[in-house]
Design a protein around this ligand. Structure first.
Ligand SMILES: [Zn+2]
Length: 459
């Protein structure tokens, strides 16, 4: 599968003419560093200010202020900009997305102030500098440079930035609905996918994220009249929930495969020469291969790629060391294969539990999110960008455990692709963690990445 795909992609990228590199990285760096100074953390009330900051950058570049809308929601903001097609649009609108908000950071724990960008030793440090302010700054700088170069879009290009991706996802869901009403043909999410650099700084993979699992937590409760611990009963709630937990942990969820996982597993298999690599290759070729399935199930790195998974993660219960427990609750966390509903997973858990007295609760209300079909236009554009940066490197489709804003868009039938412009070494990646940073040298190729993609898809 990947060979066919790689062959198609290789063909399309050799046909792609080289063009002048976009302008210098200074504007993107300034946008990135200044944006870190606006602490767009939930509860701090600064997310609308960040939205205005991006608006001002676009307006200064000559875009129409009337085409930029900032909606202040309960405690956050949504940003929406449209660069309209010059003349009659040749295709349906496309969208770029990212998010405004960042995860909280405690200055006492950081070596540098998290909400003041610091350039040091070739890196830019600050909360959100990777997730997701890097790509947002680069996308905006790319739009600015495209305009300055005289580029005229052949279709409407929408830029949506959500205000609560890291927390509630309410703003994200609102934007997905807006996008569906606008007839957006596909979406490119800057907050997913992306490239990896090896220890020498050489690109060695690029993931084009085209699917995500959905997420659900279930609380399974058993109640019992209880009693004195000196008079045990057969209905002990802790003993019964223990059996339920063991059954769930041991359950083999049905094997699933889609175009995305088939391609990513085939590629992963090509890169490994060990027994797991062989099993991965065999599974990608034939998901009914029982030996390959067993090997992938036994490996924590691959089990989630071939099925829904559910694991017991927390347990609470009992009220005294010398009393029979009256109530025990087991939390089960599930990562659900694309296209599968939460209700069907709950039904399966109830069946596996083999104890009709278990009651189920879930606070999770995720939509069913299908995998996005691998559109040839999108894959060719992303491959062209990746090939320019790293000749010979394939943009490999991938499925994440979740979750980005794409979940909401895919649920409404809008194909969505994580195509971040950032290539990082694993050891440099501290998104959500301490001392988040990006290498300064990442900016110029990232500008080229978005420039190539936009010229191809909207030129
Ligand atoms: Zn993010």
């Amino acid at each position: 599968m990947i060979r066919t795909l790689a062959a198609i992609l290789a063909l399309s990228c050799t046909a792609f003419p080289a063009h002048a590199a976009p302008g210098d990285a200074g504007e993107a760096k300034r946008l990135l560093m200044d944006s870190v100074g606006i602490a767009s953390v939930k509860g701090r009330g600064q997310t609308p200010a960040l939205a205005r900051f991006y608006r001002d950058a676009l307006v200064q570049a000559g875009f129409n202020a009337a085409d930029i809308q900032i909606d202040e929601l309960a405690s956050t903001a949504n940003f929406h900009f449209v660069w309209r097609a010059a003349g009659k649009a040749k295709a349906k609108p496309m969208a770029l997305t990212g998010h405004l908000d960042v995860v909280e950071a405690n200055p006492a724990d950081w070596e540098r102030p998290p909400f003041t960008a610091v350039a040091e030793n070739g890196y830019i440090f600050g909360r959100g500098v990777q997730d997701n302010k890097f790509d947002v700054a680069v996308m905006i700088a790319t739009l600015v440079q495209l305009k300055a170069s005289g580029f005229k879009p052949a279709r409407d290009i929408h830029l949506f930035l959500s205000g609560d991706e890291e927390t509630d996802g309410i703003a994200s869901a609102v934007q997905a609905k807006q996008a569906a009403a606008l007839g957006i043909e596909f979406m490119l999410n800057s907050d997913g996918g992306g490239g990896g650099l090896d220890a020498q700084g050489k690109p060695f993979f690029y993931k084009l994220q085209a699917a995500e699992k959905s997420y659900a937590d279930f609380q399974l409760t058993i109640t019992d009249p209880g009693g004195h611990s000196s008079t045990p009963t057969a209905s002990n709630a802790i003993a019964r929930i223990g059996l339920v937990a063991a059954r769930i942990a041991g359950h083999r969820w049905p094997v699933q495969i889609n175009d995305i996982t088939r391609a990513s597993l085939a590629e992963a298999g090509r890169q490994r020469t060990d027994a797991l690599g062989e099993a991965v290759r065999r599974f990608a070729a034939n998901p009914d291969d029982a030996g390959a399935v067993a090997a992938l199930r036994a490996n924590p790195g691959t089990i989630g790629q071939i099925a829904t998974t559910c694991v017991p993660t927390m347990i609470t219960g009992g009220h005294a060391p010398n009393a029979l427990p009256q109530r025990v609750t087991l939390t089960v966390n599930c990562r659900i294969f694309p296209g599968t509903s939460i209700a069907s997973v709950q039904a399966e858990l109830a069946r596996i539990a083999e104890d009709p007295s278990v009651t189920f609760a879930t606070g999770t209300d995720w939509p069913v999110t299908p995998a996005s079909p691998l559109r040839p236009d999108v894959t060719a554009a992303v491959q062209a960008a990746v090939s320019t940066r790293a000749p010979g490197l394939a943009a490999t489709p991938g499925m994440d455990a979740g979750a980005t804003d794409s979940v909401f868009w895919r649920a409404l039938g809008i194909p969505s692709y994580g195509v971040s412009s950032l290539f990082m070494r694993q050891e440099d990646s501290f998104a959500h963690g301490l001392n988040e940073r990006v290498p300064e040298t990442a900016i110029a190729p990232a500008l080229r990445h978005w420039d190539i993609i936009l010229r191809r898809l909207a030129g």
